[in-house]
Design a protein around this ligand. Sequence first.
Ligand code: FDM
Length: 210
Amino acid sequence: RACNNESRGALIVLEGLDRCGKTSQSSRLVSYLEGLGHSTELWRFPDRTTSVGQMISAYLLNQSELDDRTIHLLFSANRWEKRSMMETKLKAGTTLIVDRYSYSGVAFSSAKGVDLEWCKAPEIGLLAPDLVLYLDMPPELLKGGYGDERYERLEFQKKVAQCYKILRDPSWKMVDACQPIEDVQKQLQKIVLDNVLACRNGKPLSLLWS
Ligand code: FDM
């Protein structure tokens, strides 16, 4: 029984407002872990490649209109359709760096006024992350202004920030994303590596919402 074959990968989620640097930090983390010889994949939600993901993408690009609860459930379904692959990868020893997850789902929908507990319900039973990294940046400082997608407006991002605050729990690692990219990455690398090693050493997988 080779010990390494038994050990699982870590489920690591990056959260934060639009344009706080999640995407570039996520891909750097993947290179970092791969460089250390850890099998690692970059995932993101929404995953726009599936048919559910294409409906979500059309909504975000303002090409379709959907009721707030309908789009909420599509975002959740987009995680559910990836759940078994996620579990398979983790159990095979691959670490997943995930750019947004259920916390984005709840924060963005509840920022529109949908009840928070209602928003959490469809997420129950998805795999719980081993680590949530929150890239903290005041909405006013978000890089390079906003683009044309539906949620990319300052007033709305301020509401999302408030909702993230309600969701936050003491296990989240808050990282000051106003620092230079390299400094943010250094901090993330240390936290992530500790977590990857803990998961290899047999930390069990758990489920949302706990
Ligand atoms: N978003 C993302 C949600 O509203 N709910 C979700 O469940 C997820 C995962 O979609 F404004 C929002 C957050 C963001 C938009 O995200 C698209 P990316 O990271 O820009 O693709």
